[in-house]
Design a protein around this ligand. Structure first.
Ligand SMILES: Nc1ncnc2c1ncn2[C@@H]1O[C@H](COP(=O)(O)OP(=O)(O)OP(=O)(O)O)[C@@H](O)[C@H]1O
Ligand SMILES: [Mg+2]
Length: 471
């Protein structure tokens, strides 16, 4: 057979097509959070270099400016080392998945920074400064339109920041993006809430993030707990701690407020005040699911009832940590969980066991939630993610017997008070009266509008006092 000349076939991606595909499936807010994730990963690397093993993020900041003219994110999180910039930071995709394998980061794919810049606009500049160098890498409209040239140049710069860090500036914003950064849109308010939620743990530990000069405050995450786990008559949370392969896991579930009374349940459904109930899942300090009430976190499956207003007082937290972010139960956007993750499968039944304790307690006391008040008065709100380490001392609790090939775990399951004991001493009084007369009595005892329960209680306390005095 005659020798044929081999001809080259073009198989490289068309840049414009590639960029538009890359940015299409990601929300603008997720793209911006990817940039903040890079800042936080930068802190983890800087702390590792400085051999700082604390969990504090104090003195680190990121400042975001978003206007119709430009987007900018500036941080003091260590900068991008020159070697990293030259070898892979600007590549589309990580050439080596082992990068950062000894640090708790969430960067995994090597795409976030570039995708965010492309999503935002047509001209970007990355200025970064490390101990060693200060430089700029610029992406222009011309580069974006040139299919053949995939290289960028790194330009040493004389401009210096006071501290090592990175400033990414994007101009020539796409019109749809500029609109979302304008006053016409509520996008920036929503972004602020997302940052307050997603980074609540990190903000709580001192990282300062501002959006258009406003410092963002973290959302609250707290569960009521006794001082220690010995007090048997108390409403202690269910706690689990374990390690499976290279993933550390901690779970705490309990009440964050007293049980809802019947009056409150109605009002809550109206005012949708159930925001604080549900499961929060944290991966390497990022909140990836906040107050979830769906089957994803065990509600309505495995013998646990579906979420209902009656369960408004229940909150739980699951903390995953790993130096290998690919083993965390994160979906590809990192803003949700991957329920098919192996470690999540291991942990979900324990979450459900804990959850059931509190749904059962709520059901047991459904008709007389007011009788549980004395139990709640002994408890204090504690940051939920700190509870497992604070309450379950090393080697305390019961050992799990399953999953021994994968790792080990210990748990504490509280014995929550049952109504029978209290019921012997209490009875419920209930009757119907004319609305006009109820109003008269309410005006007599209260300045504002009491609930029916409060009104009944006030009348009863008054009558009881008189009865006692007359004896
Ligand atoms: N603000 C920053 N501070 C320090 N280093 C940064 C910063 N932003 C980016 N980098 C460096 O650039 C690299 C590329 O960032 P990029 O977000 O594109 O990918 P990644 O974080 O590795 O993975 P992922 O796509 O999962 O986010 C990072 O791995 C990091 O080394
Ligand atoms: Mg990243």
């Amino acid at each position: 057979m005659a020798k044929q000349n081999k001809l080259k076939v073009k198989a490289s991606p068309a840049k414009k097509f590639f960029v538009s595909m890359l940015t299409r499936d990601i929300d603008l807010s997720d793209a911006i959070l990817d940039l903040l994730d890079n800042c936080v990963d930068g802190i983890a690397r800087a702390k590792k270099r400085g051999e700082d093993t604390s969990r504090s993020y104090k003195d680190y900041w990121a400042r975001i400016v978003a206007t119709p003219e430009k987007f900018e994110i500036w941080d003091n999180c260590g900068g991008i080392p020159k070697k990293v910039a030259i070898e892979y930071a600007f590549m589309l995709g990580r050439p080596n998945l082992e990068t950062d394998s000894d640090i708790e980061t969430v960067g995994m794919y090597g795409i976030g920074m570039k995708r965010a810049m492309f999503k935002l606009g047509q001209e970007s500049n990355v200025r970064s400064q490390t101990d060693e160098i200060s430089y700029d890498v610029t992406i222009t409209k011309e580069w974006l339109n040139d299919d053949d040239n995939w290289d960028l140049s790194l330009q040493p710069s004389n401009a210096t920041f006071e501290e090592s860090g990175t400033k990414i500036t994007v101009t020539d914003l796409h019109p749809a993006i500029a609109r979302q950064f304008s006053e016409e849109s509520t996008f920036l308010e929503d972004l602020e809430k997302e940052i307050a939620t997603h980074y609540a743990i990190i903000l709580g530990r001192g990282f300062s993030v501002s959006l258009n000069n406003q410092r963002i405050k973290p959302v609250d995450l707290a569960i009521l707990a006794p001082r220690n786990l010995d007090s048997s008559s108390s409403i202690a949370p269910y706690i689990f701690v374990g390690q499976f392969d290279d993933v550390e896991v901690e779970v705490a579930v309990g009440f964050y407020r007293p049980l809802a009374t019947e009056d409150e349940e109605d009002e809550m459904s109206k005012r949708s005040m159930k925001e604080n109930a549900g499961w929060t899942v944290i991966c390497n300090d990022r909140i990836v699911l906040y107050n979830d009430k769906s089957p994803k976190t065990g509600w309505g499956t495995g013998g646990v009832p579906g979420f209902h207003n009656q369960f408004i007082a229940i909150a739980g937290v699951v903390v995953f940590r790993s130096k290998n972010s690919l083993n965390l139960p994160l979906n590809t956007t990192k803003r949700g969980i991957d329920t098919s993750s192996e470690v999540y499968h291991i942990i979900l039944p324990y979450m459900q066991t804990g959850l059931k304790k509190f749904t059962a307690f709520t059901n047991d006391w459904k008709k007389r939630p007011e009788l549980t008040k004395e139990y709640f008065s002994e408890l204090k709100l504690v940051p939920a993610h700190k509870l497992p380490a604070k309450l379950l001392k090393p080697n305390a609790g019961s050992k799990i017997r399953k999953h021994q090939d994968r790792g080990e775990g210990r748990f504490f399951a509280p014995e929550l008070p049952k109504p029978a004991r209290v019921e012997q001493r209490h009875r419920k009084i209930c009757f119907v009266a004319l609305r006009t007369e109820i109003q008269q009595v309410a005006d007599h005892y209260f300045e504002d509008e009491p609930t029916m329960e409060e009104l009944g209680r006030a009348c009863f306390d008054d009558a009881l006092e008189q009865a006692r005095e007359s004896h």
